[in-house]
Design a protein. Structure first.
Length: 57
């Protein structure tokens, strides 16, 4: 289960991407989460996914 709070979600997702997953799509598939929902929540705090760096910035 991923955090609901956007700031906690940012930290959680970036840590998972750094340590375990080659892409956001792979993380979402493994965790059975919606990639678009994660992107939308983090866009709400002005963070977008950078595919080249594999992190939200």
């Amino acid at each position: 289960m991923i955090p609901k709070d956007p700031v906690m979600l940012l930290s959680y997702i970036n840590t998972k991407l750094r340590d375990f997953y080659p892409s956001l799509a792979a993380l979402c598939e493994d965790c059975q989460e919606s990639e678009e929902e994660i992107k939308d929540k983090l866009l709400g705090i002005d963070y977008t996914y950078d595919e080249a760096l594999n992190r939200f910035m």
